[in-house]
Design a protein around this ligand. Structure first.
Ligand code: THU
Length: 159
């Protein structure tokens, strides 16, 4: 038996340390939380996708009484972007979330299904996506799903 260890890299910032363009994308994600439809969880998530030409596309979680029929903010934004601008690569995704007490203190991290869609988006546009996860205490930045989804399943897994 051999133990295989894999490292991931996460950058942790104070909001004030971020560039103006990253702050702008996070503010778009925070604004998008207002368009969340979350009558069941009362957890309002917003996502903002930055495309290679500077276009920003947002999404918010959309819930349903039949719970699995709803969709997370990240996939809403990514699918919206690829439906509207299929030829423009995604460069960065920002995520923010609020509960009944306001924006979460800790950064909101994407669920497994959203990580899988991020991976497919990276493979489609052949470039890693930066993910900015907002919390009022600090912000996480990761570069690429290799840091979010180790041992991932891709089309190559079927070879
Ligand atoms: N949710 C997101 O939109 N993104 C995440 O990263 C985590 C969870 C949504 C799904 C559901 O509407 C609510 O948050 C509670 O799980």
């Amino acid at each position: 038996m051999k133990e295989v260890k894999q490292e991931i890299s996460i950058k942790k910032y104070l909001y004030e340390e971020l560039s103006d363009s990253d702050k702008q994308l996070i503010e778009a994600a925070k604004e998008a939380t207002k368009r969340s439809y979350a009558p069941y969880s009362h957890f309002n998530v917003g996502a903002a996708v930055l495309l290679e030409d500077g276009t920003i596309v947002t999404g918010a979680n959309q819930e349903n009484a039949a719970y699995p029929s709803g969709l997370c903010a990240e996939r809403t934004a990514l699918f919206h972007a690829s439906s509207q601008y299929p030829d423009k690569a995604v460069t960065t995704l920002a995520i923010a979330a609020s509960n009944t007490e306001g924006f979460t203190e800790l950064p909101v991290t994407p669920c497994g299904a959203c990580r899988q869609v991020l991976l497919e988006t990276e493979m489609r546009y052949k470039r890693p996506i930066r993910v900015l996860m907002y919390g009022t205490a600090f912000v996480y930045e990761i570069l690429g799903t290799k840091n979010l989804l180790p041992l991932s399943f891709t089309d190559k897994s079927m070879d």
